[in-house]
Design a protein around this ligand. Structure first.
Ligand code: HEC
Length: 122
């Protein structure tokens, strides 16, 4: 992560909300709770989301995730216009940094594993 981008993320107040659930490349890794190793990985790496999602879709998703993606596990956050605007700026900056080769999203294997025990029964 280039230092100026790290500073921009830190300065984007609404990203603080996101990072409670999401990782962002090597800027923030998602901690893995030892007692529930299979249930931690639902919120995807936001760097990958910013790389792959079209900017308007990304912002519209934030307005009401379960509306745009029924069954979404991300709650509606009631972000205001200003927060959505600063997140749009950040998405554009991140896309530019990826296009310029300054930022390299790392695609890890999905951390999915077969469920065992009660939860595995249909
Ligand atoms: C309470 C936890 C939580 C918070 C806070 C949160 N998210 Fe999420 N987010 C999730 C989860 C869980 C998913 C996966 C939804 C699913 O697939 O069911 C998700 C999915 C997403 C996706 C869709 C990714 C994809 O690949 O389709 C985007 C984009 C996203 N979040 C952006 C954000 C942003 C930006 C913020 C901060 C403004 C934020 N999220 C805050 C939990 C959260």
């Amino acid at each position: 992560m280039p230092a100026p981008l790290g500073r921009e993320i830190a300065a984007t107040g609404s990203m603080g909300i996101c990072l409670g659930c999401h990782g962002f490349g090597d800027y923030r890794q998602v901690p893995i709770p030892a007692d529930e190793p299979a249930a931690y990985a639902f919120a995807p790496d936001l760097l990958l989301a910013m790389e792959k999602l079209e900017t308007n879709y990304f912002i519209n998703y934030l307005r009401d995730p379960p509306y745009l993606q029924p069954g979404s596990r991300m709650p509606k956050l009631a972000l205001n216009k200003q927060q959505l605007e600063e997140l749009r700026e950040l998405v554009l900056t991140v896309k530019e940094a990826i296009a310029a080769g300054q930022l390299q999203p790392v695609h890890n294997y999905y951390r999915m594993q077969k469920r065992t025990g009660e939860a595995a029964k249909p």
